[in-house]
Design a protein around this ligand. Structure first.
Ligand code: SAM
Length: 286
């Protein structure tokens, strides 16, 4: 699938963003981004490269995307990091797509609690972005009466920028108005001037870490529940299968994988049973 816009379009501060990019440089960037992040940039998306990468040209005082390619070819880790950051789409919100959270609340967590009496439950928000998904989970678990020492929530992402925000748990007015029930804002957040910070007792339930989903993820876990939502859409079929296979291996038997609304696993990977809970689809490790 094509990479969606997502990040704010930066008005051009000069004409560099609009310059055409040669086919060779376009191919180079496509392949470089794929190698470094797994993200697939379709053909004819030069507007996307321009709009995402123009701020880097500004910051690094580079004349054009061609110059940027030259820097990437030469190594330049500082520029490379910025390009990966710029190409990730970090759109997220609290309790995104209510259905999986309803499934967790009414079916999955009660089922796991009944089965794993007294044992800590382990959750993984595998493309955590700025943390809203992991904190939604933490608040939901507290709501269900679980204590912080009874759960372990791991949040990971490729982007360090969003992880820094996730760790702070500090959100603007717009962000807390998206998906977060007002009673949760009152109960689980502290007001910090114009922003809201997730209370320390909730933040303590979640640990965040930089992690490329294409790396050796088997060293993490095992988990009872993995949320890997709205990230597989950016990868090619082979990468998806590889990641889903590894996710399956990090799940405990009977554990659940939740994907984004537009993503599926069953036809791609063995070892999952498709289970429907109301409006949500979960994949249970057999
Ligand atoms: C659209 S957000 C999804 C956030 C959240 N899961 C949700 O559904 O609201 C996708 C996230 O995947 C991350 N990502 C992209 N490529 C990745 C990779 N290779 N490994 C880990 N995370 C990646 C991006 O940095 C981004 O924060």
């Amino acid at each position: 699938m094509a990479l969606a816009g997502g990040k704010h379009f930066q008005p051009a501060t000069d004409a560099r963003r609009l310059q055409a990019i040669s086919a060779e440089s376009y191919n180079f960037l496509q392949q470089w981004i794929h190698r470094e992040s797994g993200i697939v940039i379709d053909k004819d998306k030069s507007y996307l490269l321009h709009s995402r990468l123009a701020p880097i040209l500004e910051r690094e005082n580079l004349a054009s995307l061609e110059t940027l390619c030259g820097r990437l070819r030469g190594g330049a880790p500082q520029v490379a990091r910025q390009v990966v950051e710029a190409m990730t789409t970090n759109e997220t919100l609290f309790f995104r797509d209510a259905a999986p959270f309803d499934a967790l609340r009414h079916h999955i967590v009660p089922q796991l609690l009944a089965k794993r009496k007294g044992q800590k439950l382990a959750f993984w928000s595998a493309a955590a972005s700025s943390g809203q998904e992991a904190y939604s989970l933490a608040m939901l678990l507290l709501d269900l009466g679980l204590k912080s020492h009874e759960v372990d929530i791991f949040g990971s992402d490729l982007s360090d920028e969003v992880l820094r925000k996730a760790e702070l748990g500090l959100y603007g007015r717009f962000e807390v108005s998206r998906g977060l029930p007002p009673e949760y804002l009152a109960r689980y957040f502290d007001c910090r001037g114009a922003e809201w910070q997730v209370k320390e007792c909730v933040r303590r339930m979640v640990r965040f870490q930089h992690l490329d989903l294409r790396s050796n993820i088997r060293v993490h876990g095992p988990f009872d529940v993995i949320l890997c939502r709205n990230v597989l859409i950016y990868f090619d079929a082979e990468t998806k299968v590889r990641i889903l296979t590894e996710l399956r291996r990090t799940l405990l038997p009977g554990g659940f994988l939740l994907l984004g609304a537009a993503e599926t696993a069953n036809e791609l990977v063995k070892g999952f049973k498709r289970v429907v809970f109301g409006q949500a689809v979960a994949y249970q490790a057999s």
